[in-house]
Design a binder for this molecule. Structure first.
Ligand SMILES: C[S@@+](CC[C@H](N)C(=O)[O-])C[C@H]1O[C@@H](n2cnc3c(N)ncnc32)[C@H](O)[C@@H]1O
Length: 307
């Protein structure tokens, strides 16, 4: 019988034998399955749908928010793999696979692209096969690991066997930090950034109530309790704090690289942050969302040598 530790990885699809994957409770909503429900996927159970509908009653834009977040990640990855010449990525809190997954976007630009996926949800692990469909010239790996323990990710042999951390990396933290406490999120980002070569990029999206009136924002803690999800929306100032001092990739597509990320440093007051759908829109989205509807910031930043 196959046994798994909390930090197991999947590099061989043959390891994904039914019955080898414990810990899946279909009676309790999981963020990954609920997100899949909002995105119109098919990997969710009644508890996920109930919880998803409960949240949608207070936050009617949540489905649009999920779609806009995905679109932001796709545009950011395309920018990094194309314009910024990044060839290796860590996708943290990847969620249940839904094309185009990061390696598909990257390898369409360069088949040699390499991606390490990470999630701590057992349901995502059961779907990891879909993330291991690398082009033969590239490579992907999946780690069943927890962002709250960044060292276990950074030192994992499968990450080290897939990526070269002496070279720049694209670090994706999309819609995941808002599941961590302030201390956990700060620690994770700090440790991850410390491990990356200068010239690496961070793609960060994060829920916020900045665009909501106070009488609506105040409902979030009650919603958390009733859905059993430790969702922590943060202010633009708090979110900017995670990447303050890094170089800002301008959200305006008219600002070309390298100017986009060599002139402006990210301030810690949040004033440079934009909603995910305002980050380098590519004209493919016919929707005209509102900031309060999407309630999610997106930022892309480049790391610099710290001496
Ligand atoms: C809302 S989904 C976002 C999926 C994807 N990153 C995206 O933006 O489309 C959040 C994912 O983060 C994962 N997650 C939450 N907390 C985590 C943790 N501490 N470590 C690793 N993954 C985590 C969840 O299991 C879920 O799959």
């Amino acid at each position: 019988m196959t046994t798994r530790s909390p930090h197991d990885s999947v590099t061989d699809p043959a390891l994904e034998t039914p019955g080898a994957l414990p810990r899946i409770d279909t009676t309790v909503a999981h963020p990954a399955r609920r997100y899949n429900y909002w995105l119109g996927g098919k990997d969710h159970f009644a508890a996920d749908r109930e919880s998803g509908d409960l949240i949608a009653a207070t936050f009617p834009g949540v489905r649009e928010a999920a779609q806009q977040n995905r679109a932001f990640v796709r545009r950011a990855v395309t920018f990094l793999a194309g314009t910024a010449d990044i060839r290796q990525f860590i996708d943290l809190g990847v969620g249940i696979p839904l094309p185009p997954n990061t390696h598909e976007t990257v390898q369409e630009i360069d088949p040699t692209g390499r991606v390490v996926y990470v999630d701590n949800d057992p349901i995502v692990l059961t779907h990891a096969r879909a993330l291991l469909t690398s082009h033969p010239k590239g490579k992907t790996a999946y780690l069943d690991a927890d962002l709250r323990d960044p060292a276990s990710i950074l030192h994992h042999p499968d990450l080290r066997g897939t990526l070269d951390l002496r070279q720049p990396v694209g670090l994706l933290l999309a819609a995941v930090l808002h599941f961590l406490s302030d201390d956990e999120a700060t620690h994770a980002v700090h440790e991850l950034l410390r491990a990356l070569a200068p010239g690496s990029y961070v793609v960060l999206s994060h829920g916020t109530t900045d665009f909501w009136p106070a009488d609506r924002a105040v409902l979030v803690p009650g919603l958390q309790r009733s859905t059993e999800t430790p969702y922590r929306p943060r202010t633009g100032r708090q979110i900017a704090g995670f990447v303050a001092g890094l170089q800002l990739v301008d959200a305006d597509p008219a600002v070309p690289e390298p100017a986009a990320s060599t002139t402006t440093l990210i301030e810690d007051d949040g004033s440079q942050l934009v909603s995910v759908f305002r980050w380098r829109p590519d004209g493919t989205d016919a929707a005209q969302p509102r900031d309060d509807e999407v309630a999610c910031y997106g930022v892309v930043a480049r790391t610099i040598a710290t001496g």
